[in-house]
Design a protein around this ligand. Structure first.
Ligand code: DOR
Ligand code: ZN
Length: 333
């Protein structure tokens, strides 16, 4: 096959940031995706309905062709009474970050059970709970697995609440999400499908591949590839594209996050093709996520062509995944 056309994909986990970087990130996203779920861990964070409306207006002023699916950040101070207002401001999901697990998560949640009244309100309002599923204070390779009992507990207390375990990275999590019934789904990133721990640190850290959760073992990666290719409707694409400036990535304490928006679809197409599963790509990128979020499919399409191109070393001061490498598939714009 030399050309492929699919329903315009959605990115159900994207960091569009704020300030100077934001318009560039929106423009790159808009070249590929019809809709994107916008993460709220900006500076300042998106916590209230007002924050959300302000941020959405800023995004819309630079990205008229992209539909922004808005989220709010659940912090210790979030109150159940705020959920109705957030929903009417346009929120379709709230994002839970355990304290300290990733970029700008200093205001994250320390005690998840304190938030149960908030989850109750979200369940009632049919607002999705997106979870960064890592337990802080544990060795990084173990953090996701250590969080799984908390996921089980949330689900058993709120059996009608739709939950997305974001950027799933372990076989154990893939297993659990499959067991937990139709209300619990997971996003899968392109970097967790392609990288394992040795690509991140092998004697020394490669900041370009450093992200949270850290990419795990080959066995974990294989489990992610298997589930993404399998056509399981609870596993769908969310890039977790998380750009940081070169300076923030290359300092003594590099920030976690991989910028993948411009390479995501070419890489996924190559991966699905190499397993002879190109016919499953559209479900993964353009159907399953929309179904879980109770949204219609996108109207438009995206075409990719088998034509080699070289990934730039940098986009607006941000190093992308696969910088300087040649990819086989190219997005037609
Ligand atoms: O690697 C990551 N970077 N993981 C996250 O969960 C957050 C993200 C960011 O915002 O930089
Ligand atoms: Zn993220």
């Amino acid at each position: 096959m030399t050309e492929l056309t699919i329903i315009r994909p959605d990115d159900f986990h994207n960091h569009l940031r704020q300030g100077e970087l934001m318009p560039h990130l929106v423009q790159e996203t808009e070249k590929v995706f019809g809709r994107t779920l916008v993460m709220p861990n900006t500076l300042p964070p998106v916590v209230t309905g007002e924050d959300l409306q302000r941020y959405r207006s800023e995004l819309e002023s630079v990205g008229a062709d992209l539909q922004f699916l808005m989220t709010f950040k659940i912090i210790q101070e979030t109150k159940p009474e705020m959920i109705t207002g957030l929903k009417s401001a346009g929120a379709i999901a709230g994002k839970l970050y355990p304290q300290g697990v990733t970029t700008n998560a200093e205001d994250g949640v320390e005690d998840v059970e304190n938030l149960f009244p908030v989850f109750e309100a979200m369940q009632q309002e049919n607002v999705v709970l997106c979870i960064h599923g890592e337990l802080s204070g544990v060795e990084d390779l173990q953090r996701e697995e250590a969080f799984l009992p908390t996921l089980k507990k949330i689900h058993s207390n709120f059996s009608k609440l739709r939950i997305v375990l974001e950027h799933v990275s372990t076989e154990a999590a893939v297993q659990l999400v499959q067991e937990l019934g139709e209300k619990v789904a997971a996003t899968v990133t392109v970097h967790h499908l392609l990288l394992s721990t040795e690509d991140v640190r092998n004697g020394k850290l490669n900041p370009d591949h450093f992200c949270a959760p850290i990419c795990k073992s080959e066995a974990d990666r294989a489990a992610l590839v298997q589930i993404a290719l399998s056509g399981h409707p609870k596993f769908f694409f969310g890039s977790d594209s998380a750009p940081h400036s070169r300076k923030d990535k290359e300092g003594e304490h590099p920030k976690p996050g991989i910028y993948s928006t411009p390479v995501a679809l070419p890489l996924l197409t190559g991966l699905f093709e190499s397993h002879d599963k190109l016919d499953q790509l559209e479900d993964f990128t353009s159907r399953f996520g929309a179904e879980f979020y109770q949204l219609p499919q996108n109207q438009g399409q995206l075409s990719l062509v088998k034509e080699e191109w070289m990934v730039p070393k940098e986009y607006f001061g941000v190093v992308p995944l696969k910088k300087g490498e040649r990819l086989k598939w190219k997005v037609m714009v």
